[in-house]
Ligand binder design. Structure first.
Ligand SMILES: Cc1cc2nc3c(=O)[nH]c(=O)nc-3n(C[C@H](O)[C@H](O)[C@H](O)COP(=O)(O)O)c2cc1C
Ligand code: SF4
Ligand code: FES
Length: 710
């Protein structure tokens, strides 16, 4: 790449973006998209335009995994290394791929065709092991499947143009259009939904059938994807999981008439027990409507809540959310109404930049926890629910600017959100006059850049401001001093997307579900080594065993369950004997555990729990923001001590166990945020319940209730 190209591209990008608040990350994203990397020569110009030092710009580039200093190979291959994929065999897959390509992580093949990178969760955790090649995710991957993909990459000349949906040509009377649905969700496509859709289109042409192929979001029954549905007078009938090779036979069996002759027949979709028995509020539209159609949203109760709140005072909106009992779904389960009240009561601060002098609503769509994909599914299946929830949050707190901070690993969600936001602007629901009122709310998506810690709310705010994602000391709370120093609501995707249903139906309809102080529904995500992985939305209070056995059907391998990790990488491992625990905040916190974002990762008895404990420390070392010593240094020492425990003699094991417990205490009590504070949870639980995997005969860990941010 020559200097002239770098200079002119950098200039164009800076001219377009340098004035937007928190401009640095959007600039870096655009530059990388246009140039394939952020060349060192571009740094001085960026620094000059943004009035930053070169060191500051360089510090940001080097903080985020997504930004590269040099161009990568023609294709970027990313292998998911996180827990849910480990439970499905990703460690062996990683080894095979590295041997096949003869390169390690961060390296590019000799012919410059492939750069190999690690990634920590692609939101495809029910269908692992997962890999990503460029923007396309692939699930249930193995060595042979990977070899096939690479061969196709090397032989493909250009991307195939999609086949047009055929219309009847030869009949004299027009035939009735048959509606066929194939999800275009990330997980469905990772399992081959695009190819199945194309095969259906081609086969329909050969059968001279008039079909309309609709690509909506997924129902979240990922174990049945690619799921093909056909509209009939009785409702949609389902077939799955369908592979390209099944399509011709499906046509021969007359599946398009709704006939149930095929071994892949599942009957009426809404009668599938996994779906029928759920209590869907957040996911009531998933798979049923076009995620990009404002009309579909309006025709299914969308914007009813908004019309209602436009007649209410800000205080009465906040009061309704308080009464609903809604608690944050991002992990900490903080009452949403109380957070909103603080923002409503807070005053806008005077600042040196008038552009940023306003209150904000920030949606945390960073969803970095392994085993979780509910945010992604919602954004891909029903993005208007999130948009409406954010507008209502704005009206409730008098915030006029919204940002959705979306992880860069979710390109499909990015595209769908942008399309839906444009439609909402066009429909008059966003902008200077919401639904014809005098209220205004602006909304845009900002992309993260591959950093797990940017899911922590204060690190996220730093990242939105264009900085390294460093955790801030609290207080001040973001509700008082948040984005650009202004009062800021920061909520998870599911929290905000719950709001329209609460306001439309009234708080009592919502808080009649659930138990204790865990009210409403919780979208649980079944992942890892599980037979029927997917999204299960139920009122709080179901048992973990019921979820795993009745919905999940036990392990995919058919072997006994050994451990279940609930609540992401910072969650403890539960042994089989603890599966009767109820899925609600109080039951979990009572045992020193956390429900987190509702991710459930199942492991069978082939797992070695000392390796999982080691991974917990390793993950913390990789993703730590580095602000405090117990987390930054402690996690690295943690990996070393666990290695010594597992390789040493009995005496060394005992001595190192004392060290490890001491280290866990220090991390728990001395870390600034839950990243360092909770990493000991998976480690201690592994030692407590599976001592034999470390070479001990006695249990050694003990659950510690986390006392929260210091
Ligand atoms: C290390 C770490 C990672 C986090 N990642 C996420 C995340 O990816 N998504 C999320 O919504 N919350 C995440 N959180 C929780 C947020 O800090 C915050 O509590 C949440 O966004 C508040 O929204 P809520 O009240 O709706 O839950 C994380 C917290 C920590 C400590
Ligand atoms: S605990 Fe870790 S991630 Fe959190 S502030 Fe400290 S160094 Fe950063
Ligand atoms: S996709 Fe691998 S853990 Fe989520």
């Amino acid at each position: 790449m020559d200097s002239a190209t770098i200079d002119s591209t950098t200039k164009d990008v800076l001219d377009a973006l340098k004035s937007v608040p928190g401009a640095l990350l959007p600039i870096l994203h655009q530059l990388q998209e246009k140039l394939g990397c952020i060349p060192a020569e571009a740094v001085p110009n960026i620094a000059l335009a943004l009035n930053l030092s070169r060191a500051e710009v360089h510090g940001v580039i080097s903080f985020y995994d997504h930004f590269k200093g040099a161009p990568a190979g023609k294709h970027a291959v990313k292998i998911c290394r996180a827990e849910a994929c480990q439970a499905q065999g990703s460690v062996a897959l990683e080894r095979q791929i590295k041997e096949q390509l003869k390169i390690g992580f961060g390296e590019t093949s000799a012919d410059n065709s492939i750069t190999l990178e690690p990634v920590y969760c692609l939101g495809n955790c029910a269908c692992g092991p997962s890999i990503q090649i460029d923007e396309q995710v692939y699930g249930k991957m193995d060595g042979a499947g990977f070899q096939n993909l690479i061969q196709k990459l090397n032989t493909s000349v250009s991307k195939q143009t999609p086949v047009q949906t055929p219309t009847a040509q030869s009949n004299l009377t027009p035939k009735k259009t048959i509606k066929i649905y194939v999800a275009d969700d990330t997980s469905a496509c990772a399992l081959g939904a695009d190819a199945v859709a194309e095969a259906i289109t081609q086969e329909a042409t050969e059968h001279n059938l008039n079909i309309e192929l609709l690509r909506y979001g997924s129902r979240g029954l990922f174990w049945l994807e690619p799921l093909v549905e056909v509209e009939t007078p009785q409702g949609r009938v389902a077939f799955g999981p369908v592979q390209v090779g099944d399509v011709a036979q499906l046509f021969q069996d007359g599946f398009y008439t709704g006939a149930q002759n095929s071994p892949l027949s599942l009957g009426l979709t809404q009668e599938i027990a996994y779906l029928k028995n759920q209590q869907r509020i957040n996911f009531s539209r998933a798979g049923l409507v076009s995620p990009e159609s404002l009309n579909d949203y309006k025709n299914t109760g969308g914007f009813v809540a908004l019309a209602k709140v436009l007649t209410m005072s800000a205080q009465s909106i906040v009061d309704e959310v308080k009464i609903s009992g809604l608690r944050g779904r991002g992990g900490a389960a903080f009452p949403t109404g109380i957070k909103w009240q603080t923002v409503l009561d807070a005053k806008i601060c005077n600042s040196s930049n008038a552009l940023t002098e306003k209150k904000y609503v920030v949606c945390n769509a960073d969803e970095g926890d392994s085993g979780t994909f509910a945010d992604r599914l919602l954004m891909e299946a029903d993005p208007f629910a999130l948009i409406e929830g954010m507008i209502i949050a704005g009206l409730a707190t008098q915030a006029t600017q919204g940002y959705i901070y979306l992880r860069s690993e979710y390109p499909k969600a990015h595209q769908k959100l942008n399309t839906a936001i444009a439609a909402a602007y066009q429909g008059g629901y966003l902008g200077s006059s919401i639904a014809g009122s005098e209220q205004c709310f602006e909304l845009e998506v900002r992309l993260g850049a591959g950093s797990y810690i940017c899911g922590e709310e204060t690190a996220l705010l730093d990242s939105l401001e264009g900085k390294r994602g460093m955790v801030r000391v609290k207080p001040p709370l973001p509700a008082i001093n948040g984005l650009f120093g202004q009062p800021t609501v920061i909520n998870n995707v599911l929290t905000l997307a719950s709001v329209p249903a609460i306001l439309a139906r009234g708080a009592p309809a919502y808080n009649s579900l659930g138990c204790g102080r865990s009210l409403g529904t919780l979208p649980m995500q079944l992942a890892g080594n599980i037979k029927r992985g997917g999204l299960v939305e139920l009122a709080f209070g179901t048992s973990l065993r019921e979820l795993i056995e009745e919905y999940g059907g036990g392990t995919a391998s058919g072997r006994p369950i050994k451990a279940v990790q609930v609540g992401g990488p910072l969650g403890a491992y539960l042994p089989e004997s603890q599966l009767d625990i109820k899925l609600d905040y109080e039951s979990f916190s009572g045992l020193g555990l956390m429900l987190g974002h509702g991710g459930v990762v199942v492991f069978d008895d082939s797992v070695n729990m000392s390796e999982q404990a080691r991974f917990a420390m390793e993950f913390c070392a990789i993703e730590s923001c580095g602000k405090c010593t117990p987390c930054r240094i402690g996690s690295t020492r943690g990996v070393e001590v666990i290695d010594k425990i597992c390789s040493g003699d009995a005496q060394q094991r005992d001595n190192n166990l004392i060290l490890l417990q001491d280290l866990c205490d220090t991390m728990e009590h001395g870390s600034l945020c839950a990243m360092g504070g909770l990493t000991p949870a998976p480690v201690r639980s592994a030692l407590q319940h599976f001592p034999e995997d470390f070479g001990f005969t006695q249990p050694h860990g003990h659950a510690q209730p986390y006392e929260g941010t210091k």
